[in-house]
Design a binder for this molecule. Structure first.
Ligand code: FCB
Length: 441
């Protein structure tokens, strides 16, 4: 990218890589419970071992360093660092201190997400994100951990993809905690966003030099038939419930009415002042983008998703569409006068990668990444303030309901031996970063 200070990084999340789910006083999380229930995760996979990053962290940090990235996005596991009494668990905290310090020694910037979906199970037992009190518990956790890690992180992101936590976790049921209430998503989302807002003053007070933000998932909706006004409206409504629902709350302090027209009777309980808390100013907005969806009008539900044949897709079945990435970024700049600087906190793809003669020829990923870098570049040229880009993911890892079968890593993980092998995409990224480091700054 043209900015010399543009950040290039890789991303992971605690539950997806750490394993060691019972080490050093870590408490069970909703993902431990969910994965332990047969039928929830493909092949019965769990996070018990994952990439064993909890024990292999030093080598993994060296691996990150070897790629030549500027920054690493990780998440902190709430159930590792806060005990049942609500106080810090120093053994869990020390793990993150060691990781963050080794990254700092290598000159790698540290982007820490406080909540990447691993809610302590004991809080779920009291209602989880449907219980307003969980927002206050989150703010308390943010307060304590930011005091403990003060000066060690470059930036804090409160939540990862609150839409997924709320909708997939509490209405759709395909993510932990696996609840399926049509009205739950809106209430859970409200409490997640409230927790995000409530955490801001403590993060600022405890670690004033670190930047503060949040990470959201976004997606593009395209009409199945572009000539059909009904399909175009379906695509619009899809984006309202995926993008505007969260972004309007954060950046305008309101929920879009269309969300509740789509799902009558699902309005959350919002107390006076909540929306002001939720829309407190941010230093950055983290954006995760993966694919485009195609929608057909459905009079009963607003839209249904369809899968037109003949389009390039990934191992997840997700349509590859870099142009949609540019369109979304440019669209947000038009919609939100106060759009904060953007970091692309996730982008990448899954493929069924194999090691053959020591090589992993992930050609689809190499092309995907190049095309999406170009899409971000096009958005920057169009005036969008994008400051950095993190590839999802450093390693193949526990891909939630899909377990270990879907491989998103730049680095291949053999789950029997835990051997890490740089895929061609990792080598390409490494070469690109080395080239940039040599070039004029
Ligand atoms: C995102 C999640 C991340 C990863 C990618 C593929 O929704 O934030 O943990 O699973 O999808």
């Amino acid at each position: 990218m043209s900015r010399p200070d543009f950040l290039w990084g890789v991303a992971t999340a605690a539950f997806q890589i750490e394993g060691a789910t019972q080490a050093d006083g870590r408490l069970p999380s909703i993902w431990d419970t969910y994965a332990a229930t047969p039928g929830n995760v493909l092949n019965g996979d769990t996070g018990d071992r994952a990439c064993e990053h909890y024990h292999r962290w030093a080598d993994d940090v060296d691996l990150i360093g070897s790629l030549g990235v500027d920054a690493y996005r990780l998440s902190i596991a709430w159930p590792r660092v806060i005990g049942l009494d609500g106080e810090l668990n120093s053994r869990g905290v020390d793990f993150y201190k060691r990781v963050l310090d080794r990254l700092a020694d290598k000159g790698i910037q540290r982007y820490a997400t406080l909540y990447h979906w691993d809610l302590p199970q004991h809080l779920e037992d009291r209602g989880g994100w449907l219980n307003r009190d969980t927002a206050y518990r989150f703010a308390d956790y943010a307060d304590k951990i930011s005091r403990a890690l003060e000066g060690r992180v470059t930036a804090w992101a409160t939540l990862n993809e609150p839409w997924c936590s709320a909708y997939l976790g509490y209405t759709h049921g395909r993510h932990a905690p696996g609840r399926r209430g049509p009205r739950y998503a809106a209430q859970a989302l409200h409490h997640l966003l409230l927790g995000h807002g409530l955490a801001q003053p403590a993060l600022q007070a405890n670690d004033a030099k670190a930047q503060r933000g949040i990470v959201v998932n976004i997606g593009r909706g395209a009409p199945e038939d572009p000539n059909s006004a009904a399909d175009r409206e379906a695509a619009r409504l899809f984006e309202v419930q995926l993008n505007d629902w969260v972004l309007d709350a954060l950046l305008k302090g309101e929920y879009p009415e269309d969300v509740f027209r789509l799902r009558p009777g699902t309005e959350p309980l919002v107390l006076e002042g909540d929306m002001d808390v939720i829309s407190r100013p941010l230093d950055f907005l983290g954006i995760n983008y993966y694919y485009r969806s195609t929608l057909r009008s459905d009079d009963g539900h607003g839209y249904v998703e369809v899968q037109p044949p003949g389009r390039e897709r990934t191992q997840m079945g997700w349509e590859v569409c870099p142009e949609a990435f540019t369109e979304l970024l440019v669209g947000f700049r038009e919609r939100y006068a106060n759009l904060p600087p953007i970091l692309i906190t996730e982008n990448g793809m899954a493929s069924a990668d194999l090691v053959v003669d020591g090589q992993v020829a992930d050609t689809q990923r190499c092309a995907y990444l190049q095309r999406h870098f170009a899409a971000v570049h096009a958005a920057i040229e169009a005036g969008v303030d994008v400051r950095g880009y993190f590839v999802w993911s450093l390693l193949d890892n526990f891909e939630w309901a899909y377990g270990y079968e879907r491989r998103f890593g730049l680095v291949h993980v053999d789950y029997d031996t835990q051997v890490r092998t740089l895929k061609h995409s990792a080598k390409g990224f490494q070469a690109f970063l080395a080239e940039r480091a040599r070039g004029p700054r």
